[in-house]
Design a protein around this ligand. Structure first.
Ligand SMILES: [Zn+2]
Ligand SMILES: [Zn+2]
Ligand SMILES: [Zn+2]
Length: 171
């Protein structure tokens, strides 16, 4: 697909209709892909970040996954040979910096990243990891009360909870 070789950037002055027209110009691209592309561009625009090919690609991978992914998994699923580790790291840093992406948890010595749209400012939704198959689930429907500071002098700013157990397939 030629979509990634076209060096596009979101001109912030461009009207929404212009972006849609531009997206519709790619022949043979699946509709679902177009929607993800437009969604990624909209998110970047709202965060006042330029729409580089790398940022759009990573946001699309995270949207499609719907669960936290490690940097290696993101690299594999973005499917671009020229997309090296340093580029992915820097791109993730820029997305983390504006709060579009969160570091959900560390697993096997690797941070796992996900979109921040199912989180609040003070806490991420909890995650459940199956100790048998290793699958992780986003518990977006569960909101836990914020923990109280255990000792004087500690200020809790954010809460991230991770649960472990057996998934339905492994019980
Ligand atoms: Zn989060
Ligand atoms: Zn399982
Ligand atoms: Zn999650």
């Amino acid at each position: 697909m030629p979509i990634t070789t076209n060096k596009q950037s979101c001109d912030h002055k461009k009207s929404q209709s212009h972006i849609h027209k531009e997206a519709a110009g790619f022949a043979g691209v699946k509709m679902a892909n177009l929607n993800l592309d437009a969604q990624a561009r909209k998110m970047l625009k709202a965060a006042k970040l330029y729409c580089t090919a790398g940022r759009v690609a990573i946001l699309k991978v995270l949207m499609e996954a719907g669960k936290p992914l490690s940097q290696d998994q993101i690299a594999r699923q973005s499917g671009k040979k020229h997309f090296d580790k340093v580029t992915i790291y820097r791109t993730l840093e820029s997305l983390l910096g504006v709060g579009l992406v969160h570091k959900a948890f560390m697993d096997k010595r690797a941070w796992h990243f996900e979109l921040a749209h199912n989180c609040t400012e003070s806490q991420c939704h909890p995650h459940f990891t199956c100790t048998s198959c290793g699958d992780t689930y986003c518990l977006t429907e569960i909101s836990l009360p914020m923990a109280k500071s255990p000792h004087k002098g500690f200020v809790i700013q954010r809460q991230q909870v991770r649960l472990e157990g057996l998934c339905p397939a492994c019980v």
